[in-house]
Design a protein around this ligand. Structure first.
Ligand SMILES: CC(C)(COP(=O)(O)OP(=O)(O)OC[C@H]1O[C@@H](n2cnc3c(N)ncnc32)[C@H](O)[C@@H]1OP(=O)(O)O)[C@@H](O)C(=O)NCCC(=O)NCCS
Length: 200
């Protein structure tokens, strides 16, 4: 079992490499506004899965302290024993993963959450403190608990559709700064009106 932090060995950018670079071991966007903010989350994986599975991150992500990403490490429970074979050095077949963990844009993961392999957390979602995420989460959901269940949606369906279509997280930093009073306000409607007009 390898236990790593959020460095380039384990993570990659979801929005394409055009906006991402590896700096000091960390993957960051060129725009300072869209960096991922995180408090020392850990990624658990296996050596033989290192180049196969990744945590793929969007932009504008906040990850609180104590979070774990279980990218690999499922012992094969369909075998006679879950105990790993001591007769070979690296029992790659005995340890499984359900695939990449994908975290969309504008996701906030609360304190002490665990995210299982193969899970996609949709853009705009909130993961309540102490949750264990075992299934995909639809965009703009607030989920909580073990396993995490839908608490509510952040916005109505029409607003969610507009936010997803706008892809505001991909706008230039200068453009976002110009409208930051609305981006960081509760007036989602007015923010969308302005962004949609620009995209016409
Ligand atoms: C998810 C969260 C944002 C909701 O906050 P809120 O809007 O004030 O919501 P409420 O406290 O009114 O709770 C709403 C519902 O969610 C449930 N809920 C809240 N937190 C929950 C949690 N951690 N796990 C499971 N359910 C939770 C409440 O029981 C309530 O359910 P009900 O409607 O059936 O009564 C907040 O509870 C949370 O987990 N924040 C994370 C804080 C954190 O980790 N910060 C770290 C610094 S970045």
């Amino acid at each position: 079992m390898l236990i790593g932090s959020f460095n380039a060995q384990y993570i990659s950018s979801l929005n394409g490499d055009k906006n991402a670079l590896v700096s000091g071991g960390f993957h960051v966007r060129v725009t300072t506004m869209g960096d991922t903010h995180y408090s020392n989350p850990t990624i658990h994986t296996e050596e033989h899965h290192l180049n196969k599975y990744r945590v793929r991150l969007g932009s504008f992500i906040s990850i609180a302290s104590g979070c774990k990403f279980l990218l690999s490490g499922n012992h094969d429970w369909m075998r006679t024993t879950t105990y790993l074979n001591p007769y070979i050095d690296r029992d790659s077949e005995g340890i499984l993963s359900n695939g990449d963990i994908i975290i969309g844009n504008d996701v906030w993961i609360g304190m002490d959450c665990t995210i299982m392999s193969g899970v996609t957390i949709g853009t705009g979602s909130v993961i309540a403190a102490g949750s264990v995420v075992t299934h995909d989460i639809a965009p703009y959901s607030i989920v909580g608990g073990i396993p995490s269940k839908l608490i509510r949606k952040r916005f109505d369906t029409d607003t969610i559709d507009r936010l997803l279509k706008s892809e505001w997280w991909n706008l230039d930093e200068s453009e976002l700064k110009k409208h930051s009073n609305l981006l960081f306000s509760r007036d989602v409607e007015q923010f969308l009106d302005i962004i949609e007009n620009k995209l016409k």
